[in-house]
Design a protein around this ligand. Structure first.
Ligand SMILES: NC(=O)c1ccc[n+]([C@@H]2O[C@H](COP(=O)([O-])OP(=O)(O)OC[C@H]3O[C@@H](n4cnc5c(N)ncnc54)[C@H](OP(=O)(O)O)[C@@H]3O)[C@@H](O)[C@H]2O)c1
Length: 271
């Protein structure tokens, strides 16, 4: 049974730990090092796991160290911990914009390191995470790390670190694209005469239903769209309007902006 330490016990760590415990991990496997006592106490009470405000004590004997502090403090926190993390442990960072080369530099020696880009639906166990490992991460370590992130959704390994910026553009920032679409559908639904509550309920259920169909159907999303777009029908009229306004290019530009910003942030944190 591997021992897993989390450094930083905020929103992301708490969501992941909740998912892990619901998926067969044992409370005795997990220890959280968090700066403030209040969060330590809350995590201990909620999950029955060990917590400490001493990061060195948290990582002692850990097989997997998940770094879940904000990107701005990651360098200082990791550098301080290097001597306490065991030589055979794998270090996993969920921090947006922190590159593997920075993590390797801070850790100071040849270490197994994994960079993960999770997303906020991890909080409701429907997360989507992209993972990239350096060459020192073993297959067994990869399997253990996958199990951690699969406990709050799905995880996909990418084979080139640059693809983490694409993961950021698709799933990292992606929930907000759907929120924007739902926000707009609700608003226009009201303009077309529905009450706020009815517009909201119909929009959310439609988003859920579409996602469920897309994830369970044997057909791809193009086929699913064409199946509900009969000639002369209402859906076809709406889709034609979207296409005449070049919605594909709008998405391309928006997602390229997210990818470019991810690259810029990585450069800023690397300085
Ligand atoms: N939330 C998301 O959806 C999301 C998505 C993708 C990636 N991420 C990444 O996940 C990481 C954590 O984000 P979050 O949303 O969970 O932030 P958060 O809720 O602010 O959690 C950060 C935690 O780090 C603790 N901390 C700060 N300095 C520390 C130190 N020196 N030693 C130990 N603990 C320390 C804080 O403790 P106190 O509050 O007690 O000071 C806080 O509990 C970030 O790097 C972020 O980029 C988050």
């Amino acid at each position: 049974m591997s021992k897993i330490a989390f450094i930083g016990g905020g929103n992301m760590a708490s969501s992941i730990i909740g998912g892990m415990l619901a998926n067969g991990f044992q409370p005795e496997q997990i220890c959280v090092g968090n700066r403030g006592a209040e969060k330590c106490q809350r995590l201990q009470q909620t999950y029955g796991i060990a917590t400490t405000s001493d990061n060195h004590a948290a990582v002692a004997g850990a097989d997997i160290v998940v770094m879940a502090v904000k990107p701005q403090v990651m360098g200082a926190v990791i550098t301080d911990l290097t001597r306490s993390i065991g030589p055979d442990a794998v270090v996993v960072s969920v921090a947006a914009g922190i590159q593997l080369s920075n993590l390797e530099e801070w850790l100071g020696e040849d270490r197994a390191v994994v960079r993960v880009m999770p997303n906020t639906p991890s909080m409701v166990r429907c997360g989507a995470a992209g993972l990239f490992a350096n060459k020192l991460v073993s297959d067994a370590q990869k399997a253990s790390i996958e199990a951690i992130f699969n406990a709050v959704g799905i995880s996909c390994w990418v084979d080139d670190e640059a693809q983490i910026d694409a993961v950021t553009a698709v799933s990292g920032s992606g929930p907000a694209y759907f929120f924007l679409m739902m926000e707009t559908m609700q608003k226009v639904g009201q303009e077309l005469g529905l009450s706020e509550q009815v517009a909201r309920e119909l929009t959310i259920q439609t988003a859920l239903g579409a996602a469920k169909m897309a994830s369970t159907s044997e057909h791809n999303t193009t086929d699913l769209r064409l199946q509900v777009s009969s000639p002369g029908g209402t859906t076809r009229a709406a889709i034609s309007t979207f296409q005449s306004l070049d919605v594909e290019d709008t998405f391309r530009q928006a997602m390229e902006s997210a990818r470019n910003r991810a690259r810029e942030m990585a450069e800023e944190f690397a300085k």
